[in-house]
Design a binder for this molecule. Structure first.
Ligand code: SAM
Length: 315
């Protein structure tokens, strides 16, 4: 099945023209499988030994930055061997796209802090936040969908997380219930998941319409306002999505800055690879606040999914 035509036309206007063909090809190709050590249960050295004993050949992901220690890649054909391993069943490794690992790394929670994950299931980023917090402090994980909420809880238990408190509730209500409570907040917003489209999996894109993108944008705006209310002065808020659409990325941040821009800065993001693009300066009739330029749009490759990230600080 081919990509929705309206999606491709919009993508042409979003990503750099000279990279469009390469980016479009990534939707056809199976991605390499990446995973990381769960530092609550193992260490990179121990996991590597386990993988070698199980005869799983891996490659370390090396961008010469500290955060990539304990991150590995294998080819898609070896995935079954990995998911049948003791390390996988024992929760000592977690399969996750590199783009998803980058969000907790940027938010950089510290031990003993209060941290909120406002749209948490199935919990891949919550697990990494807990690992970075060394299972200390207070980690609230919020999820609205009942089915996904129980998956989140099971995941946290299986991976040895003990500092998380889970809430099956609407993230839009959290700001008013918990004003100025958190040092750091991750809003990995529900989105149209455009970066997860796969041409060999029609279901991955069957629900996509421009109308859906615009509806999702409204939800994202309200979640962002809630996250802002829940953030302490001096706290950091990371907004991210796996969508390319400016309605779901630049626009919700613009909306937040229009309401609370006097108390918010954005912080520049430097990522350890080149397949990135600055946020758009305008989209249609909308001209975006220059502060949004500090965000980043990750362009997809055969290893990393597309992603948008913007880090804000409340002053
Ligand atoms: N952070 C997750 C991870 O890394 O595993 C992925 C989160 S996914 C992009 C967004 C999640 O938000 C979905 O699980 C969805 O059910 C949930 N969601 C949708 N609307 C919500 C709302 N109003 N409040 C809280 N969660 C919501």
């Amino acid at each position: 099945m081919s990509l929705p035509e309206a999606f491709t036309q919009r993508l042409e206007q979003i990503v750099p023209r000279e990279q469009l063909e390469t980016i479009l090809r990534t939707f056809d190709t199976p991605k390499q499988v990446t995973f990381r050590v769960n530092t609550l249960k193992s260490t990179p050295q121990e996991l590597e030994l386990e993988l070698e004993t199980a005869q799983i050949s891996y490659e370390r992901v090396g961008w010469k930055t500290q955060f990539m220690e304990g991150v590995y890649r294998i080819s898609p054909e070896d995935k079954l061997r990995l998911t049948s391993s003791d390390a996988f069943y024992g929760g000592r490794l977690y399969i996750q796209n590199l783009a998803s690992m980058i969000a907790p790394w940027i938010l950089a929670p510290q031990p003993e802090e209060t941290v909120l994950d406002l749209a948490a299931a199935p919990g891949g980023k919550t697990l990494m936040l807990a690992g970075m917090m060394e299972n200390t402090g207070w980690l609230s994980a919020v999820e609205l969908s009942r089915e996904r909420f129980f998956r989140l809880r099971d995941n946290l238990t299986a991976q040895g997380v003990t500092n998380a408190h889970t809430y099956m509730t609407d993230g839009r209500s959290v700001g008013k219930k918990c004003p100025e409570m958190f040092d750091r907040i991750l809003l990995d917003a529900p989105c149209s998941s455009e970066a997860r489209f796969k041409t060999h999996d029609p279901k991955s894109m069957s629900f996509w319409t421009i109308h859906k993108v615009k509806e999702t944008s409204k939800l994202q705006r309200r979640l962002l306002l809630s996250a802002y209310d829940a953030l302490k002065s001096g706290g950091k808020l990371l907004y991210c999505t796996c969508s390319f659409s400016p309605e779901e990325n630049e626009s919700p941040i613009q909306h937040l800055l229009e309401r609370h821009g006097d108390r918010l800065n954005t912080l520049p993001l430097t990522l350890p690879f080149d397949n990135v693009q600055k946020p758009l300066e305008r989209w249609g009739k909308e001209v975006f606040d220059a502060r949004i330029q500090n965000g980043v749009r990750i362009l997809p490759t055969d290893t990393i999914d597309g992603f948008f990230l913007c880090l804000l600080e409340k002053n």
